[in-house]
Structures are given as C-alpha cells and as structure tokens.
Design a protein around this ligand. Sequence first.
Ligand SMILES: [Zn+2]
Length: 253
Amino acid sequence: MVAVAAPPRIEGEGTSESTWQHWLGATPCAELSMAQALAPSQRLVVVAPHPDDEVLACGALVALHAARGGEVVFVAVTDGEASHGGLCLQDRRGLALQRREERLRGLARLGIAHPQVHTLALPDGDVQAHGGLLWGWLLWFLRPRDVVVSTWEGDGHPDHDSTGRVTQGACLRMGCRFLAAPVWMWHWAVPADARVPWHRLRRLALDADACGRKQAALSAHVSQLTPRSASLGAVLGRSLLARAAWPHEYFFV
Ligand SMILES: [Zn+2]
C-alpha cells in the first residue's frame, strides 16, 4: 500500500524557525541572484492574496528591485477582511480599510513612495470561487517581459493556493517568468517534507538594507501583529516573524 501524504494544516506555532535554520544550513540550495531573477528594466509584478503577503513572500526582492530603479506593480487580490473570524460586516469593512492603509505604509517602507496597487477586492477566503476574474484580469494586464511573483500553489492556505495556481497559469499563457514564494509552507512542512518540490527551490541572498526594509514593512501590518481581543490573538506568530528576518528569500522556479 502506498502511503498518502497528509494535506497541509496551518495550526499552532508550526515548525520552529530554528529547526529550519539548522536544516537549511546543512542542505544545499541553488542560489538565485538578482541578475538571474530579473533585469533592472523588467517590470516586477507581485500578486498578493492578502495585504502583508507582498512583504512576507518577496518584500526584500521588491526593495532590491526598487532600489535600482526597477518598476514594481502590486496586484491586491483581496483586502484581507477575513483575517479574524467572527467579525460583523461593519467590522470586516473597517478591517479591510485598515489593511489597505497598512499595505501602503508597508510599501513605502520598502522604498516605494508612490506604489502602483491594482485592487481587485475579491472576497477574502473565497478566491477560488472567483479565480476566473483573477485569470481574466491577469491575461489583460501581464506583458511577456514581466517577472511575476505570487504565493506557491501548494502553500496550504486556500487563497494562497488559488492565487498561485491562477497566476502561474496566466504567466504560462502570457510567457512571463513566474516565481512562486512559499509563505505558510514553512509552517506546516518539515525538513525534507515529501510534499514539497525542494529541487525547484532557489534562494536569493539579501543585503542588510533589504532585510531591514522588509522588517520595517512588516511592522506596518499592525492589525496582524497585535491581538484584536482576548479571544482573537495575533495572526502572525513568532515563528513566522522570525522567518521573515532570514537573510534569504526563497522561491520555487
Ligand atoms: Zn495571506
């Protein structure tokens, strides 16, 4: 009988940051340089399922490209209004507005004072049902020379998976280069996990400035970093924040 791998689950604190550091330090991973990732003249398009994913997935890549004068465009798939369960409609609207502002504040800290953000406002938690809209929009928007980053289609969060799958398909159709960033994968996976295509993983080395900008950008997402009430804790846990401070960003190619 063939063993079937368990589907990803995002719960608890996940695999510790030190466990990953130890394994990644001992396991060879092919490097991805900025020169290999994209040319300064190429447009970087970041397709983020929720506000903060543009930072968690590739905040330092964005900072590095912006620092050399490269164009960066953001596609905000949802406004992240469902990050906290059990909110009434009015509170969800308020949270969406707050998260839009946090996104802009974060992008400014990455070095993008006047960001180009295309807000699609698909329902948070239900991107899959609206994948056709995202698909059509991307086919209209993308150009063959673009380099596109989104979440990995196996990331384990429904919106991340749907956004990654649709974006990857649109890139294939349009001839764009696609880099898939793992975000929640680091939470549910374990070192050498059979559910992860490690042979496709590349790492981008970051300088101190890009690392610092990424940390500063993440700290703009106050709604995700602070408990909302006694029963609704912070969305971004300690392990995830520790991983966001790594001197590398990782992408599946
Ligand atoms: Zn997300």
